[in-house]
Write a protein that binds this ligand. Sequence first.
Ligand SMILES: Nc1ncnc2c1ncn2[C@@H]1O[C@H](COP(=O)(O)OP(=O)(O)OP(=O)(O)O)[C@@H](O)[C@H]1O
Ligand SMILES: [Mg+2]
Length: 228
Amino acid sequence: MNLALRKSDFIQRGRFITFEGGEGSGKTTQSKKLFAKLDEAGIDVMWTREPGGSYGAEEIRSLLVKGESERWAPSTEALLMFAARDDHWRTWIEPALEAGTWVICDRFADSSYAYQGYGKGVSLDLLKALYQNTVGATQPDRTYLFDVPVDVGLARAHMRMSADQAKEDRFEGLGSPFHERVRAGFKSLANAEPARFYMLDATQSIESLEAQVWQDVQCLISAAIAHG
Ligand SMILES: Nc1ncnc2c1ncn2[C@@H]1O[C@H](COP(=O)(O)OP(=O)(O)OP(=O)(O)O)[C@@H](O)[C@H]1O
Ligand SMILES: [Mg+2]
């Protein structure tokens, strides 16, 4: 009998939930609300974000979200995104999931496909190869896609930005045609994987969206209990 068991052999893997969508669509608002609800329900849960999350990836984040919009070539930007994701995945997300922690991530790889792929023309095959190299075959258990008209999202993001003075506005400055391509790209991704994606009309109230996400997450919790 092989007794070389690891602690994780006895623990059910955590669920991986991602929040996606364009600028100002409500990802941070809703992902933090879900974190609070899961925590209150007694589930071991972690909130994180991309680009960034881990210490190393947060350093790369500032290269990506600050400064001139045209600062990087699209391929350079895609590689920086995946450099950050590689560190975040290996040091932060994967160990947490293994330990049974549920992980909520504010943006993940679908943002790379939508922004660098559909938005800036980087090959989707290249992005998928980078994903395979970094994350492997694992996909989020659920991805909430917040769909909002570009002008509404940009206006919200702009208001929030002036309020917190963070100056993380590199992508906002790219103009409406870019953001329209990103929005359409997200929809194509969702249509291609209907079992993983849950798309929400993000023009609804914060409370209504929160309730819809929570109702769906309760199904994930029930399934986790049933398999536990
Ligand atoms: N459903 C909503 N209706 C109206 N305003 C909202 C809604 N959701 C979020 N907001 C507001 O819009 C602004 C942007 O929201 P939030 O930061 O959650 O968006 P985001 O998707 O994380 O944006 P970014 O892509 O810039 O990170 C905030 O001021 C937030 O309070
Ligand atoms: Mg945000």
